[in-house]
Ligand binder design. Structure first.
Ligand SMILES: Nc1ncnc2c1ncn2[C@@H]1O[C@H](COP(=O)(O)OP(=O)(O)OP(=O)(O)O)[C@@H](O)[C@H]1O
Length: 250
């Protein structure tokens, strides 16, 4: 495994917010995570990368308790590998799954009031980061564009106080302009809350991630500074099978 945790942006010196130690996930006879170990520092964006099907989403699900896991997982030093998802969420992990999961029949405001009944779109964080959602407060979430639904998902999680955010491919399927908008929001969010981000868009990773963890076949194969990985065309091709010119962030 390559391990290049030497950047001044790597959060070294502070206690990690999340630690995975030899985490395994098995579905029936399939051994999906095969001893995953890494730390998420308490600041900035840690990007979890890897080719399709290597176990990135499964890693987030193992942390939040939605996949059958073994091994040790520590949130702010406390073991959570046997804790229920509801307790983990109450304990401070916000999870934005890949499939967005908005309530399509409810308005934008009603979706947010499920989490913050007294505030909805009036919550300061919504006005600050998602002015478009305030303007669309009465629109049914099912009629929003993919990017707008992504914003509802993100806003809903941000209505709570989180020690850590797990965000799974927030830009998947979005047009480049919306990718840029989501990237802006994530960069702003990460100023106050550490983020573990699954993302395939390397220009976005270069722009907002501080460090990367790369998985292959259920194992960590590389850790290091995001800038170092994306600057190394041979390494990105070797680890991810992509070149930096594939897609852009305006
Ligand atoms: N509930 C499940 N039951 C059986 N196998 C599963 C289940 N969930 C995921 N897998 C398998 O685990 C492997 C890892 O899936 P995962 O979704 O974690 O990959 P990923 O790295 O997030 O991929 P992608 O980039 O394509 O989203 C895949 O082979 C997938 O088919």
């Amino acid at each position: 495994m390559t391990d290049r945790n030497s950047s001044p942006r790597d959060g070294a010196g502070t206690a990690p917010v999340l630690e995975l130690d030899d985490v395994h996930v098995r579905y029936g006879g399939s051994h999906i995570l095969q001893g995953v170990s890494f730390e998420v520092p308490a600041t900035g964006v840690t990007a979890l990368l890897g080719r399709n099907g290597v176990g990135k989403t499964t890693t987030l699900k193992a942390v939040i308790g939605l996949a059958p896991r073994s091994g040790r997982i520590l949130l702010q030093g406390s073991e959570i590998q046997t804790t229920s998802t509801a307790k983990i969420v109450r304990g401070g992990i916000g999870y934005v799954p890949e499939d967005r999961e908005v309530f399509g029949g409810l308005t934008v405001d009603e979706n947010l009031r499920l989490v913050a009944p007294d505030q909805g779109v009036e919550a300061p964080v919504v006005g600050r980061l998602f002015p478009d959602l305030v303007a669309r407060r009465g629109q049914r979430a099912g009629t929003l564009s993919g990017g707008q639904q992504q914003m509802v998902s993100l806003a809903r999680v941000l209505l709570r106080d989180n020690a850590l955010l797990l965000i799974d491919e927030p830009t998947k399927g979005l047009a480049p302009k919306l990718v840029t908008e989501v990237a802006d929001v994530l960069a702003e969010v990460a100023r106050t809350t550490p983020v573990l981000l699954v993302e395939q868009n390397l220009p976005l990773v270069r722009r907002i991630a501080d460090r990367v963890v790369v998985l292959d076949a259920g194992r960590v194969v590389h850790r290091g500074a995001a800038a170092d990985l994306v600057a190394d065309a041979d390494l990105t091709r070797e680890l991810l099978g992509v070149s930096m010119r594939r897609e852009g962030v305006a």
